[in-house]
Design a binder for this molecule. Structure first.
Ligand code: ASP
Length: 327
């Protein structure tokens, strides 16, 4: 009985509103937002529309953080816009599976509290990232899946769409490139010094109905704690098997590895060299350090940090690149 009461208290604690964390932040604290639009095989996968979208979201996200917005809001607002853009493999632009219909996955994590929420194999939810946040903030659970999960989410106020008219599987660029990626993700640091991360995807082309990738798995694709915030893209099966983003965070926490070294080890050595699988990760440290690591050509990424102009890239930034570290 006693343990059941303890459980009830713990579950109530999970439901504390997120906005509470904004109080008491120092006006002078640094802040940052890092976005990604998926692993890249070729530069040609990136169009001017992609760059404009990320640039706009970085400017807006930076303004929100400067005004005292939370890291969680910065992450969910940016990912929601990328989902609605139809330009990337997430939300409206999600790819179709082998049976020709779309199933989406997403997750979000609050580094300050460890609270997290996720959805998988969604067909009708308009914004998987917002649905993930509903799971985190309004249920006792971490992950809701499939049609019955969507029924629960509908009851909790998630916006639904008609799949027949909503999805517009993203159109490959005119060049002969096999466009395979476009998962989106974000990591943010707010003026309270809190971190958050999120990821959203339609998955991989050729995926079977019911397949769930790494994007809704906390510790595989999305992870945030008091030191780091991470979002991954690539062949999700390997990120799940490696518990990839959790591994990076634990390398930083337990081994004291620098964020760049920890991220590169998991992305390039473990998933790249050992597994021979494609993937990339964006990482943001609590000191404002931005890390971008890819074991292929690159990743579409952008970063906006206090005191710096937003920067966009398609490959890993070189060491000491301007605007990449606040230290
Ligand atoms: N990681 C995603 C998945 O496996 C796909 C991607 O990032 O391109 O579902």
């Amino acid at each position: 009985m006693r343990s059941r009461n303890c459980l009830a208290v713990a579950l109530m604690a999970l439901l504390v509103p997120v906005g509470a964390q904004a109080a008491g932040c120092s006006a002078g604290s640094s802040y940052a937002l890092v976005l990604h639009g998926g692993y890249l095989d070729y530069e040609e996968e990136v169009t001017p529309a992609h760059r404009q979208l990320l640039q706009r979201l970085l400017v807006e996200g930076k303004a929100g953080l400067a005004a005292g917005g939370t890291a969680l809001d910065a992450v969910s607002t940016a990912i929601r816009a990328m989902e609605d853009s139809g330009l990337l493999d997430a939300g409206k632009g999600s790819i179709v599976n082998t049976e020709g219909f779309t199933e989406t996955d997403a997750s979000i994590m609050d580094g300050a509290t460890g609270r997290s929420g996720a959805v998988a194999a969604m067909q009708r939810v308009r914004n998987p990232i917002l649905a993930s946040r509903i799971v985190m903030e309004h249920t006792r659970h971490v992950l809701l899946v499939g049609a019955t999960g969507e029924q629960s989410l509908r009851g909790l106020g998630a916006e639904m769409v008609d799949p027949a008219t909503w999805y517009q599987e993203f159109v490959p660029p005119p060049k002969p490139v096999e466009r395979k990626h476009g998962t989106v993700g974000a990591a943010a640091l707010d003026r309270c010094g809190h971190l958050a991360a999120g990821t959203s995807t339609g998955g991989w082309p050729g995926k079977l109905p019911g397949r769930v990738g790494d994007s809704p798995i906390i510790g595989a694709s999305t992870y945030a704690d008091t030191r780091v915030a991470l979002s991954a893209t690539g062949v999700g099966e390997y990120f799940i098997k490696r518990a990839a983003t959790r591994d990076i965070a634990m390398r930083v926490q337990y081994l004291g590895q620098p964020l760049k070294a920890a991220t590169d080890h998991v992305v390039k050595t473990l998933i790249g060299k050992e597994d021979k699988a494609e993937g990339a990760v964006i990482a943001l440290g609590v000191d404002g350090e931005v890390v971008v690591s890819s074991n292929g050509y690159g990743i579409l990424w952008g970063a906006a940090q206090s005191g710096h102009e937003p920067v966009l890239g398609t490959r890993e930034p070189g060491a000491g690149a301007p605007g990449i570290t606040l230290r």
